[in-house]
Write a protein that binds this ligand. Structure first.
Ligand code: PEP
Ligand code: MG
Length: 584
């Protein structure tokens, strides 16, 4: 079989069996029953429905408590489905007519209703089909007595294969026994890709159906650096991949010597290199690579590890542990950024038709003030044991910043009144990741302490390309003049107001772009730990003055293609010069 090619989403090499994670839908086995069995089957049906109802009610209650009744209504509509005489009558009718067991009859009845809904030319009915299918799966699980099982975790070292993985599933898989990821959908900045890079495991995404076509247990050899997957590799391929892995390990070993050295240019300019962290288990890796702190803590991943909203005390414990583990180094907490591709049933942030333009980031938080305030309280409390900062995702203008700051003030005032230890004076920043935030950067800078440029979203919104859609991933172009100019403008606005500015998108980890970011004047770059030493090495080689002139040239290039070609040529020339000079 010819090698499969997808989008290289996380570098690295792996050889191992495939572990397939499918959407866990239960298809019930149809069993014949007699007339005499029917009363018993009806009782089993009632009991399964009761259990499913109790589960939904529990979720709805916790939603109502944390988010308010509007969000709980989503689940209330699922409760209504279970009471619907249409479903009940249809199920009992199928049981009687076909003489089949209750679960098979129920699935047939739901299928009939879903088909009818799909024929109605109305979005509302189509949305109802999603609810119907959710409810169906919950009832079918209730028949077996099992709760939501989460994804099946590999028991031997394996390459995880899926259509796509929700962040909650990726979090649940953990790190043990995960050699790499193969996904049918996604782009380089989709969240599975980000997590894979943070964990230092290879990933290939956008395989367009060829990943899930692999049989469980099939051996694959994976080269995440070029996005290649060899199925049933021969001895020579396995040796080649192992050889590449060894070379990468040797390079890492050499770079390890940089760990305690500053990211300082030869002409004396200092940049802070920080780590992007999603889960506590990445912290040791980040520190081992020389991270000077956490520049972006994606707190949503902590939420996704739970099947319910974590309480303030649970959040305080987790955040405090992280701040302590960083031993005085700063931790930038980004408040919950759900929505987009980060959806979660229990948070009520459901799939939308235009998810990245929808109920996301700060919009979700401001609409759910109780949950927002609880998180801010937990962060303010954790800040008392070390150095913490706080920033808000998806800010599109000053009013959102003001509203968010008001929540922080309320939280601090409450903690003060309650006599609970906290830090009321932590720095508050804004993620600049929407075009409107770039254009209003001077206005935002006047009302916050720092900026962190989220280029994953900024590129998505500037170039109108869905970051999770492999068909348009070619448009992800960090050197597009609009992107470079947006970063340039943001940095200048921050500095004019005396604020510091960092960058925490994935472009911060691209070695070829390190001089560009240096020349753009960023004070801090936050990236996944494994890529940090290489970036530091480039910074330690490059004079700020040289980096500035690179940026001056690139800002005037008319296309990303021109800029990519010019930069590649420049890097090759400089490498040759260094070899001739005998510098490393
Ligand atoms: C970004 O958008 O660049 C960012 C760092 O945040 P996230 O990838 O979590 O949206
Ligand atoms: Mg973002």
């Amino acid at each position: 079989m010819a090698p499969l090619h997808g989008i290289p989403a996380s570098p690295g090499y792996a050889v191992g069996p495939v572990h397939v994670v499918r959407r866990r839908s239960i298809v019930p086995v149809s069993r014949s029953v007699t007339e005499a069995d029917l009363p018993g089957e009806t009782v089993r049906f009632r009991e399964a429905v009761d259990r499913a109802q109790a589960e939904i009610q529990y979720l709805a209650d916790s939603l109502a408590r944390e988010l308010g009744t509007d969000e709980a209504d989503i689940l209330a509509s699922q409760l209504l489905i279970l009471e619907d005489v249409l479903i009940w009558d249809a199920t009992l009718e199928v049981m009687r007519k076909d003489l089949v067991n209750a679960e098979a009859a129920f699935t047939t009845a739901v299928g009939d209703v879903a088909r009818n809904f799909l024929q109605i030319e109305d979005e509302v009915f189509r949305e109802r089909v999603g609810d119907l299918r959710d409810v169906e799966q919950r009832v079918l699980r209730a028949f077996t007595g099992a709760g939501d099982p989460g994804p099946e975790v590999p028991t031997v070292p394996s390459v995880v294969v899926a259509h796509d993985l929700a962040p909650s599933d990726t979090a649940a898989l953990g790190r043990e026994n995960v050699l790499g990821f193969l996904m049918d959908v996604g782009g380089t900045t989709s969240h599975v890709a980000i997590l894979a890079r943070s964990l230092g495991v290879p990933a290939v995404v956008g395989l367009g159906g060829r990943a899930l076509a692999l049989e469980p247990g099939t051996q694959v050899a994976l080269d995440g650096s070029i996005g290649e997957v060899v199925v049933d590799p021969d001895r020579a391929t396995i040796d080649r991949i192992h050889g590449l892995a060894r070379t990468a390990a040797v390079t890492n070993e050499k770079l390890a010597g940089l760990r305690d050295l500053p990211a300082l240019t030869p002409d004396g300019h200092r940049v802070r290199l920080m780590a992007n962290v999603e889960m506590l288990l990445e912290v040791d890796e980040a520190l081992a690579r020389g991270a000077e702190g956490v520049g972006l803590l994606r707190t949503e991943f902590f939420f996704f590890q739970h099947q319910r909203i974590p309480t303030e005390e649970e959040q305080v414990r987790a955040y405090t542990e992280l701040v302590r583990r960083m031993q005085g180094r700063p931790v930038v907490f980004r408040t919950l950024d759900v929505g987009g591709d980060k959806v979660s049933d229990y948070l009520g942030a459901k799939r939308e038709y235009n998810p990245f333009l929808g109920w996301r980031g700060i919009r979700f938080l401001l609409a759910n003030r109780a949950l927002f305030k609880t998180q801010v309280r937990a962060i303010l409390r954790a800040a008392a044991v070390g150095q913490a900062k706080l920033m808000f995702p998806m800010i599109s203008g000053v009013q959102e910043l003001r509203d968010a700051r008001e929540v922080c003030e309320e939280a601090a005032a409450e903690l003060e009144r309650e006599g609970i230890e906290h830090d009321p004076d932590l720095e508050i920043g804004v993620m600049v990741e929407t075009p409107s935030a770039v254009l209003a950067a001077d206005l935002l800078a006047a009302e916050c302490d720092f900026f962190s440029i989220g280029t994953n979203d900024l590129i998505q919104y500037m170039l109108a390309m869905d970051r999770g859609n492999s068909r348009v991933s070619y448009l992800y172009q960090p050197l597009h003049p609009a992107v470079l100019r947006a970063i340039d403008r943001t940095v200048k606005a921050a500095h004019a107001a005396g604020r510091w500015v960092g960058l925490c998108g994935e472009m911060g980890a691209e070695t070829r772009l390190a001089e560009v970011l240096l020349g753009l004047g960023l004070d801090e770059i936050s990236l996944h730990g494994p890529a940090l030493p290489k970036i530091k090495q480039v910074i330690r080689w490059t004079n700020l003055s040289e980096a500035r002139s690179i940026v001056d040239t690139l800002l005037d290039m008319p296309t990303a293609e021109d800029a990519n070609a010019w930069l590649a040529d420049y890097i090759a020339r400089r490498k040759r010069d260094r070899v001739e000079e005998g510098t490393p």
